[in-house]
Design a protein around this ligand. Structure first.
Ligand code: F3S
Length: 394
C-alpha cells in the first residue's frame, strides 16, 4: 500500500503505541481488501459500546488503549441511559461495567453521543468519506445522504477515530456503489399508504434476498423516515450497507449511476404486497418498544400527538438520542404524561431492558429481526398507530 509520511509515522510508533497498533489493524484490513492507499475520514461512528455486546474481554481491551481521537467520533447506543438507569431496573453489576466502558471511550476522545442516528445532529455531506460502524447508520449515510463508508467493525472504526484514516476500498470507491439487484413491487399503488413499519417489513424481505449486494428499488416513494426503516431492516436481515431508490436517493440522479442503472444486467426480484402484510401480527403484546433506529424529530412529534390524552397500560419504551430529548421538552412531556418512558442513550436490543420482556411489539423491521436472538423476546410488527393502540389496551 502507498503510505504518506503521516501513515508511516503512525506505523513507526511516533504517535505512541496505541496509534501504532491501530494503524497496523488498518494496514492489515487494507491489504486484505487490496486497498491502494489510506484516505482521511471526516467522522467516525464507533459501535461495540454496550457492555452487553462487548463483555469483559472488550472492556479489558479498551482499557489497554491510550491516545485521543483526531476527528469527530460518535459512540453508538450503550447498554443503559447515562443518568437514569437506576429507575429502569438495570442490574447494578451491569451498570458498573457499562460506566467503565463509557469512561474508557471518553478517555479516548470518543463523544458519548450514544445514538445510532448521529446524522441528525452533525452535518454529513454527499461524497464525505466516513468510517461508521452501526449498520443502520452506515446504510443511512451511504444511501440517503450519499456519503461514503464501509460497514466498519468496532476495532477498525476506533482505529479510524484515533488515526483519522481508513483504507480506500469498497464503498469509498464510486464504481463499487452501483446497483446489483433490482426490486419491484407487484402492486405499486398499494405502497402509497405504507408507513415506516411497512418499509421495515419490505427491508426484512429484501435484505434477506440481497445479502451484501446493493439493491435498487423502483415503484416506491419513501420519505426519509421510511428510508431509515427500510435500510435498517435490510442491514439486519441481510448485510446491506448501501441501497438506491430511483429518483429518491441522491446518487440515482447522477449520470454515472443512471448509465449503470440503465445498462447493467442485474437479477430482478418481485415482492408481493401480500408478503409484506403477512409480517404484521396481532396486537397482543406485553411490551411496546419504539425507536429502532432512534427517533427523528418527525417521529417524536407523531408519537406525542398519538399519545396525547391517552394512558399506556403496559411497559411502553421509546428510544431516542439524548440530544433529541433535550431539544423537545414539550413533546417529551406530552409523551411522559401518557405513562410511556423515553429512554435515551441505549436501545431495545443492546440493553438488558428487553431480556425478560415476553412479546414485544415494535414498528421496526430491524428490531423485529434482532429481538428473538439478542433478547429472547417474541417480536410483533405493527404500525406506529397500532403500537400505540396496543400499548393503551384499545
Ligand atoms: Fe439503533 Fe439499536 Fe436499533 S443501535 S438501529 S436502536 S438495534
Amino acid at each position: 500500500m502507498e503510505l504518506d509520511k503521516y501513515d508511516q509515522a503512525l506505523l513507526n510508533g511516533e504517535y505512541g503505541e496505541t496509534k501504532q497498533k491501530m494503524m497496523e489493524i488498518l494496514l492489515a484490513l487494507g491489504k486484505i481488501y487490496e486497498a491502494e492507499k489510506f484516505i482521511e475520514v471526516k467522522s467516525v461512528q464507533v459501535s461495540g459500546a454496550s457492555f452487553k455486546t462487548i463483555g469483559d474481554a472488550g472492556l479489558s481491551w479498551l482499557n489497554t488503549l491510550s491516545g485521543k481521537a483526531v476527528v469527530p467520533s460518535f459512540l453508538n447506543p450503550i447498554g443503559m441511559p447515562r443518568d437514569e438507569w437506576q429507575n429502569l431496573g438495570i442490574p447494578d453489576d451491569f451498570a458498573k461495567k457499562q460506566l467503565e466502558v463509557n469512561a474508557a471511550y471518553a478517555r479516548l476522545g470518543i463523544r458519548l453521543t450514544c445514538t445510532c442516528t448521529p446524522y441528525y445532529f452533525n452535518i454529513i455531506e454527499r461524497g464525505d468519506h466516513l468510517a461508521w460502524s452501526e449498520s443502520s447508520a452506515v446504510s443511512y449515510v451511504n444511501s440517503v445522504l450519499g456519503a461514503r463508508t464501509n460497514r466498519e467493525g468496532g476495532p477498525s472504526a476506533l482505529a479510524a477515530a484515533l488515526t483519522g484514516k481508513t483504507p480506500y476500498y469498497g464503498l469509498h470507491i464510486v464504481k463499487n456503489r452501483v446497483p446489483q439487484i433490482d426490486f419491484h413491487i407487484d402492486d405499486p399503488a398499494a405502497t402509497k399508504s405504507w408507513t415506516n413499519a411497512h418499509y421495515g417489513a419490505l427491508g426484512i424481505i429484501a435484505g434477506a434476498i440481497s445479502g451484501n449486494r446493493i439493491p435498487f428499488f423502483t415503484d416506491i416513494r419513501p420519505n426519509r423516515d421510511m428510508l431509515k426503516s427500510l435500510g435498517a431492516a435490510m442491514a439486519a436481515s441481510g448485510a446491506v450497507a448501501l441501497y438506491h431508490v430511483n429518483e429518491i436517493t441522491p446518487e440515482t440522479r447522477f449520470p454515472f449511476f443512471k448509465k449503470h442503472i440503465e445498462e447493467d444486467d442485474r437479477e430482478v426480484v418481485e415482492i408481493e404486497v401480500a408478503e409484506i402484510e403477512e409480517l404484521f401480527g396481532s396486537l397482543e403484546a406485553d411490551v411496546i418498544a419504539l425507536g429502532c433506529p432512534h427517533l427523528s424529530e418527525e417521529e417524536l412529534e407523531e408519537l406525542a400527538s398519538l399519545l396525547e390524552n391517552r394512558r399506556v397500560v403496559m411497559p411502553f419504551y421509546i428510544f431516542a438520542a439524548e440530544e433529541l430529548r433535550a431539544k423537545h421538552p414539550d413533546l417529551c412531556n406530552k409523551i411522559l404524561s401518557s405513562g410511556a418512558k423515553i429512554v435515551p442513550d441505549t436501545c431495545m436490543v443492546v440493553s438488558p431492558l428487553m431480556d425478560k420482556a415476553g412479546v414485544v411489539m415494535t414498528n421496526s423491521g430491524k428490531a423485529f429481526t434482532y429481538l428473538p436472538g439478542m433478547c429472547k423476546a417474541t417480536p410483533l410488527l405493527g404500525t406506529l398507530e397500532e403500537c400505540v393502540r396496543a400499548g393503551c389496551g384499545e
